[in-house]
Design a binder for this molecule. Structure first.
Ligand SMILES: [Zn+2]
Ligand SMILES: [Zn+2]
Length: 155
């Protein structure tokens, strides 16, 4: 375990208070996201980094643990299409995301008009909102600048 680790005992207490068993995998994932603070990570990335810290855990366990932590409110998920999500520590601060589909860069924003409208729109459709975060996907300025529109054609 790295020395900067935020007390695993306190993480374990918090997990148990939320009714989770507090398995080693749950502690490892939550500890990682707490140390990473404002990061947004895919399940694969979280899995890879925890493995690099020396903890053994398979990818399907990482997915299962992330779902448990999202359900318990410790972790927030940023849905990017049907089978892809990013995960971040749930700080209780409502915000939305801008995601570059080329480099994967994530920026956060919050806009009171969007916050209000999304509730109004969901209500109109009789939709009970479960996921609250919005992810706008596109190509960031830096990636757009790297694209050469006049690429020579290969014959
Ligand atoms: Zn980009
Ligand atoms: Zn975020």
């Amino acid at each position: 375990m790295p020395p900067r680790s935020s007390s695993p005992t306190r993480i374990l207490d918090a997990l148990r208070r939320a009714g989770l068993p507090g398995t080693a995998a749950q502690v490892a994932v939550l500890d990682y996201l707490r140390r990473a603070e404002h990061g947004h990570f895919s399940a694969e990335e979280i899995h890879r980094r925890i493995a690099a810290d020396g903890d053994r855990m398979n990818l399907s366990t990482t997915y299962r643990v992330l779902n448990q932590l999202v359900e318990a409110g410790f972790v927030a998920n940023v849905p990017l299409g049907k089978h892809h999500s990013l995960y971040e520590l749930n700080t209780g601060r409502a915000h939305d995301h801008l995601v570059c589909v080329v480099c994967g860069r994530v920026e956060e924003f919050s806009d009171p008009t969007i916050d209000h409208r999304r509730v109004v729109i969901a209500k109109k459709f009789g939709l009970h909102l479960v996921g609250k975060t919005l992810a706008l996907q596109g190509v960031c300025g830096e990636c757009a600048a790297r694209v050469h529109p006049a690429r020579p054609r290969v014959k």
